[in-house]
Design a protein around this ligand. Structure first.
Ligand code: SAH
Ligand code: SF4
Ligand code: F3S
Length: 439
């Protein structure tokens, strides 16, 4: 019996890719292990959107050299977004001579063959080249998937990104936008529901661009409407929406389709129009604020979350203040905040006036402090409200459910509620957690 250790970094695309990788490995007779010491295969599914996690990969893999010395049969592999960059690939080959297997985000389906070759002593580097597939073709359609959850499932709807925000590496690693057909997505979701799944999260770097690359008439809002009609499915979520491509049809879909949850992750990145322009985001501060107004008007109580970057090249104190004031004005339920990390090959990395690390840190602390206060107020406001929960699990604090707005709530109840929808009243609300009483 062979064992594999799989480490996953990065976004939900990678989380889901790892579910496919796990599915393939199990079908090959491998068993999963949490311990690198007993693994016959160590595989890192990597992210390169920022520098820190990248450094970790080098650190970890370097340390596995001793394992390889003990067990020469051990296969060490790196996949995901890092290998998609040529320079990174070359560095890996040089700096990590004990790595056997390097493959990209579009080569997962070839894993069985790659492993076989690696086992026979070949050192393997396989990455996808642009333009390899045709419309409607999805080399992953028939791959086994080992899902990490029995209630909630990820479903890819569009791969890649062609937005080329000037700071971002993703368009270079994941390639151009490539939508799956509505029929295939529906088939997936129907299958999931038959297997007992209650919730799907539709995945794409920019789900709002869904369908634009297909010749058949398809749009994201039409897809939502179609999926909303599937019996037995309770909840539909999606991520990520690009503000520029968020039209009235999508706002209407959010407002009217009963299964589509009241949560919108709408990354704004910055509050100053001049920074947004240099980020190539394709919208202004005013546009974003107006969009938020329309969304809130159509869907009262919707949870709005975002991504923010501080320390983009040339960010002035005034620009930063505009980010703070936008955050204040919108009042996001929560935000992922990032320090700008220069990525080789992207336009922003070559821009003048890179911000010193100290100043970036100072700014992110201020931003986090402000957002924490706002998040706390949102939590407090839930006190005394009634919420629909999907009961997802149990912890030492009782059952755990999730609201339609994507918040966790702990409450007391019997295990047979697992997997069902219940109503609770929120009885306690602190900065990071909610407690409820079943109604
Ligand atoms: N497709 C999604 C986000 C993908 S990456 C979108 O456009 O919203 C997730 C987040 O990482 C981004 O929203 C951005 O805030 C952050 N990010 C991307 N590149 C970055 C960089 N070079 N430095 C710091 N943060 C970055
Ligand atoms: Fe990156 Fe922008 Fe594409 Fe998001 S939309 S993945 S931030 S290039
Ligand atoms: Fe990272 Fe690749 Fe996702 S770079 S954020 S894992 S698409």
């Amino acid at each position: 019996m062979k064992r594999f250790y799989l480490k996953t970094m990065g976004c939900q695309m990678n989380d889901h890719d790892s579910e496919v990788i796990t599915g393939i490995l199990l079908s090959l007779g491998y068993q999963s292990t949490d311990s690198v010491d007993e693994a016959d295969l160590i595989l890192y599914n990597t992210c390169c959107v920022r520098e820190n996690p990248e450094r970790k990969v080098y650190g970890h893999i370097a340390a596995f050299k001793r394992l390889k010395e003990k067990n020469p049969e051990l296969i060490i592999g790196i996949c995901g977004c890092m290998p998609q960059q040529k320079q990174e690939r070359q560095q890996m080959l040089q700096r990590l001579p004990h790595v056997d297997l390097i493959f990209g985000t579009h080569n997962i389906h070839r894993l069985p063959e790659l492993l076989e070759r690696a086992a026979s002593g070949e050192r393997i580097v396989e990455v996808w080249e642009e333009g390899q597939y045709d419309e409607g073709q999805d080399y992953r359609d028939d791959l086994p998937v080992q899902r990490s959850d029995g209630l909630k499932a990820f479903v890819n709807i569009i791969y890649g990104c062609t937005n080329f925000c000037t700071y971002c590496i993703v368009p270079y690693t994941r390639g151009k936008e490539h939508s799956r057909t509505p029929a295939k997505i529906r088939e997936d979701v129907v299958g999931l529901v038959a297997d007992g799944y209650k919730e799907v999260t539709l995945l794409g770097q920019n789900v709002n661009a869904y369908g634009k690359d297909l010749t058949e008439d398809a749009s994201f809002s039409a897809l939502l409407e179609d999926l909303n009609s599937i019996n037995g499915l309770e909840r539909i979520r999606f991520t990520t929406s690009h503000p520029r491509d968020m039209g009235p049809d999508l706002i209407k879909a959010l407002a009217t389709l009963d299964k589509v949850c009241e949560h919108l992750h709408l990354p704004v990145q910055a509050g100053s129009s001049s920074l947004l322009k240099r980020m190539n985001r394709g919208y202004t501060r005013e546009y974003y604020l107006d969009l938020v107004k329309q969304v809130r008007k159509a869907i009262p109580g919707i949870s709005l979350t975002t991504d923010l970057i501080v320390g983009f090249p040339g960010e002035t104190e005034q620009d930063f203040q505009e980010t703070l004031s936008l955050v204040q004005e919108v009042g996001f339920d929560s935000a992922f905040t990032f320090i700008y990390s220069p990525r080789e090959g992207t336009p922003a990395a070559r821009m003048p006036d890179q911000i010193p690390e100290e100043l970036k840190k100072e700014r992110i602390y201020k931003l986090i402090e402000l957002q924490n206060t706002i998040s706390e107020n949102h939590m407090r406001r839930l006190l005394g409200t009634n919420q629909e929960l999907l009961v997802e699990g149990r912890s030492k604090d009782g059952l755990i459910g999730r609201t339609r707005t994507n918040r966790q709530v702990h409450f007391e109840g019997p295990d047979d509620l697992l997997g069902s929808l219940v109503s609770v009243e929120i009885t306690e609300a602190s900065t990071w957690s909610l407690r409820g009483r079943i109604l």
